[in-house]
Ligand binder design. Structure first.
Ligand SMILES: Cc1cc2nc3c(=O)[nH]c(=O)nc-3n(C[C@H](O)[C@H](O)[C@H](O)COP(=O)(O)O)c2cc1C
Length: 366
């Protein structure tokens, strides 16, 4: 069983830069994908104690998200509107190549005092690739390409006269100037075996779908053991959809309403697409292999982390996820601005209290 680190658990929120929020449901959401809404949200979040914001990359609609603002440009705008928040921009190999991404991110890092990070995603949506004329590689080939992408980014950002001979990318004595003031942190999404193997070799952070502490601990143990064998270390971020209300009944009623008002055709079509994307992996699984209809109403199984209840219940469950090995909790909300503020006021202080108690107990036990 994995053990918690001593660092305070970090908090990130999903930037709603695509329309329709983070659930495939017709429930009313006071969330909006406009720049104005998002700038204000980023300012609220950094004041509330959030460390990171994660923006999303989508090229087309699919099961919601009729409109999608581009992730790197949008992230830069949020960085310009804030002073301490780090913003993670999503990059999809295929449409992006590492030369452009390295150059673009180095400049954004320079402009924003080193606060930009990236989330290297590997793709799950074949229809999107088809729509933009990109080759749809097999599951493990996508990860092989992503790993080369990450190795190329690191090389370009840290070496002069960088030479790389990959199957997907090639560089010849390339010197990027100026280098970024800080090498951007590299996050990645995905829980399949290929995703974990990649994390254990090259990523700084492994993002995974929502799950119970016991299931998270299994993944953490697996990737930490592999990373150790590779002389690498990787931190873990766990997705969750938070519904925090004064009473547990209220919070559960909101969850029930989200699910009752789900759009069944869109949820089933999304489930079909993501399960197929995972089935193409050699082990025939992937991120959403065990997701039920209710789970799939939230894009990344966020209900499974069960941050649904009172501030105290939610704080306790966050600390349980930390004990299972989570270094960061990535959060989605129904009404982002109001709920991020509420979370900062009522949940984060309790988490810090519980973390302090854990630390005192472990010191006493030494
Ligand atoms: C936290 C998180 C964020 C993600 N963000 C995006 C995104 O913005 N765009 C995208 O196309 N895929 C995104 N993905 C999908 C992953 O890159 C990956 O394709 C998917 O999780 C399939 O993983 P698997 O290999 O485990 O089946 C995200 C995944 C996670 C866990």
């Amino acid at each position: 069983m994995a053990h918690a680190g001593t660092d305070a658990v970090k908090f990130a929120y999903w930037v709603p830069n695509v329309s329709g929020g983070l659930v495939i449901s017709n429930i009313e959401q006071r969330t909006n994908h406009s720049a104005e809404y998002n700038r204000k949200l980023a300012q609220i979040a950094e004041k509330a104690g959030f460390d990171y914001a994660l923006s999303q990359i989508r090229f087309t609609a699919g099961y919601g998200a009729d409109e999608q603002h581009e992730s790197v440009a949008f992230s830069h705008d949020l960085l310009a509107a804030t002073t301490t928040l780090k913003v993670i921009a999503a990059i999809l190999p295929g449409p992006w190549n590492p030369a452009l991404a390295a150059k673009q991110l180095a400049t954004i890092s320079y402009l924003t005092n080193g606060r930009v990070a990236i989330n290297l995603v590997s793709g799950w949506f074949r229809g999107e690739f088809h729509a933009i004329g990109e080759h749809w590689l097999d599951h493990d080939e996508r990860y092989r390409r992503s790993e080369e992408f990450i190795r190329a980014l690191r090389g370009i950002w840290t070496e002069d006269s960088f030479t790389f001979r990959g199957d997907f990318y090639r560089f010849n004595q390339y010197s990027l100037k100026p280098k970024p003031p800080q090498v951007p942190e590299i996050f990645q999404g995905g829980s399949s075996r290929a995703a974990r193997d990649m994390a254990s070799r090259v990523s700084d952070w492994y993002f995974t779908n929502g799950n119970t502490p016991a299931e998270i601990a299994k993944q953490v143990d697996d990737i930490r053991a592999k990373a150790k064998a590779n002389n690498h270390s990787v931190k873990v971020g766990v997705n969750a959809f938070a519904i925090v209300r004064e009473t547990e009944e209220e919070a559960k009623a909101v969850l029930a309403e989200i699910i009752v008002k789900a759009n069944p055709e869109a949820v089933n079509a999304f489930g079909h697409e993501v399960k197929n994307a995972g089935k193409a992996s050699p082990e025939g699984e992937g991120n959403w292999a065990k997701s039920s209809f209710d789970d799939l109403v939230q894009y990344n199984d966020g209900f499974r982390s069960n941050l649904i209840g009172t501030p105290r219940q939610v704080a306790e469950r966050i600390v349980d996820l930390k004990r299972a090995g989570a270094d960061l909790i990535l959060l989605g909300f129904l009404h982002f601005q109001e709920e991020v503020e509420y979370f900062g006021k009522h949940v984060i202080p309790l988490v810090r209290e519980l973390e302090g108690a854990d630390q005192a107990a472990s010191l006493a036990a030494e």
